[in-house]
Design a protein around this ligand. Structure first.
Ligand SMILES: Nc1nc2c(ncn2[C@@H]2O[C@H](COP(=O)(O)OP(=O)(O)OP(=O)(O)O)[C@@H](O)[C@H]2O)c(=O)[nH]1
Ligand SMILES: [Mg+2]
Length: 459
């Protein structure tokens, strides 16, 4: 569904990630393009406005532009904001509430042809097979010829019980009989499929309201067709105001809808999308996952994962402080220990590097230096076994102290000496780089440096 929007956003954002430094104007320019892309995708104007101003505030307001990878940061911000508009920003539970006293009753409502009957069968199938629930279906659509038979046929296909039909019975009477049957025969879930109308009209609303009053449903799901864009969103708002809904099932997500309905639904109606219909078959249904959809719209999972990981562990200010010290030749073993910790917290070096573009060269450097996760832990242990004074001024370390530190850290004197040598190399390299006015780059992750490894461009 999001193909076209996804293509446009990828082009706009990839251009940002390919540039090193970003100016405010670059971000503004990209945001303007994002705005047009969202409007083209038929996203509600208010939603687009809020989205753009939120991204702008986060991208320009914070220190993102000064960070090592501003383009990637912007991608991450856009991703998070997309997730927020899809989910409403809170941790609203999007699964169906199955915890009330059985039979848990679900009322399916919506405009004509939106997919109510199909979705009823899909849900029944999902609940039976995955949740092991005993499900009863009942059609209250006495208006469209063969509507009740349609549900009965689907129910038979998926091996789920459908309430027997009694000719001429009215919707309220059917509802009562369905509830009674469900109670008497120990069904866990009762799903009531209602009749649709071409447009929302009072008669329809009144009938649905009285069915609701009798059925007292745990879930009232509005079934809306994604292909109808903002009309689907408006119908959801109206149904919510007049009937009260607990969630939305968005159908025909497999079609070439532009995505506007999905992206506006939560913000405009205040109700969560709980399911998406992805085809005509009874198994073509998925639970709605805002994060996953945002990810598929942007299609830049690697970048997002990487920024998240780096954000978790690298304190930008710390990194900057350390870089400055390095360049002034004031880099101490304490700083080095801090960097080792950051590298370690990011998970395995291999895993981290495999996410970085162009990391193959660095990987080779690492194996050349025999640098691995175990070694990082040993180096950290060595530094931690020193006194504060020693960390700040390793020159005072004599032979006996080195032996003590080796035994304290479970390493050998050679290991201690090697670390001290590496530290000396790194600091003198940094000093040189500082004089040349270059920034130490390290791995480029918040300036985290891997000691013992020559920073690119400095020889
Ligand atoms: N491609 C696709 N088709 C769907 C989906 N959901 C429903 N349909 C199709 O849409 C058409 C209408 O679906 P129904 O389930 O009969 O819709 P309804 O809301 O019950 O219709 P009325 O009872 O007439 O109001 C059928 O041909 C379904 O196969 C979906 O997620 N994807
Ligand atoms: Mg129907």
């Amino acid at each position: 569904m999001f193909d076209s929007l996804s293509d446009k956003l990828s082009v706009i954002l990839e251009a940002l990630t390919k540039r090193g430094a970003l100016k405010e104007a670059d971000v503004e320019d990209a945001l303007e393009k994002v705005r047009v892309a969202l409007l083209d995708a038929d996203v509600a104007i208010k939603v687009v406005k809020d989205f753009i101003s939120s991204v702008r505030e986060k991208a320009i307001g914070q220190n993102i532009l000064k960070s090592v990878t501003p383009g990637q940061m912007v991608v991450k911000i856009v991703h998070d904001e997309l997730t927020t508009i899809l989910s409403g920003g809170d941790e609203l539970d999007t699964s169906i509430n199955l915890s009330s006293t059985p039979p848990v009753t679900m009322l399916m409502i919506g405009l004509q042809g939106s997919g109510k009957t199909t979705t009823t069968a899909k849900l029944a199938s999902l609940l039976t097979r995955r949740e092991n629930k005993k499900v009863l279906l009942s059609s209250l659509d006495i208006y469209r010829p063969a509507a009740q038979q349609q549900l009965a046929v689907l129910a038979e296909q998926i091996n789920v019980r459908c309430l027997d039909l009694i000719l001429g019975e009215q919707p309220i009477a059917i509802t009562k009989r369905a509830l009674q049957t469900a109670q008497l025969e120990g069904f866990d879930v009762l799903i009531l499929d209602t009749a649709g109308r071409l447009h929302i009209d009072d008669t329809l609303m009144q009938e649905v309201a009285s069915i609701r009053d009798v059925a007292k449903p745990t879930e009232t799901l509005l079934v809306a067709d994604a292909m109808t864009g903002q009309d689907a969103v408006n119908s959801a708002r109206e149904f919510n105001e007049k009937i009260g809904i607990t969630g939305i099932a968005l159908t025909r997500v497999d079609g070439d809808a532009r995505g506007g309905a999905a992206l506006s639904m939560r913000a405009v109606t205040g109700q969560p999308i709980k399911f998406i219909g992805t085809g005509e078959k009874t198994d073509a249904i998925e639970e709605f996952n805002a994060e996953r959809i945002a990810g598929s719209i942007l299609g830049m999972g690697d970048i997002i994962g990487l920024v998240e990981k780096a954000q978790q562990v690298v304190d930008e200010e710390d990194a900057e402080r350390i870089t400055k010290k390095m360049l002034r030749g004031q880099f101490t073993l304490e700083d080095m220990a801090e960097q080792l910790r950051q590298v370690k917290k990011m998970g395995s070096l291999e895993g981290l590097l495999s996410m970085l573009p162009g990391a193959q060269k660095v990987k080779k450097q690492i194996s050349d230096h025999n640098l691995n996760d175990g070694m990082i832990s040993r180096q950290e242990a060595i530094i931690l076994s020193m006194t504060l004074a020693e960390r700040r001024n390793p020159k005072i370390l004599n032979g006996s102290r080195r032996r003590r530190i080796a035994s304290g850290s479970g390493t050998s004197v050679q290991d201690v000496n090697r670390l001290l040598k590496q530290f000396k190399q790194v600091s003198s390299m940094m000093k040189k780089a500082g004089k040349k006015g270059k920034r130490g780059m390290g791995l480029g992750l918040g300036n985290a440096m891997i000691p013992g490894m020559t920073p690119p461009g400095i020889r």
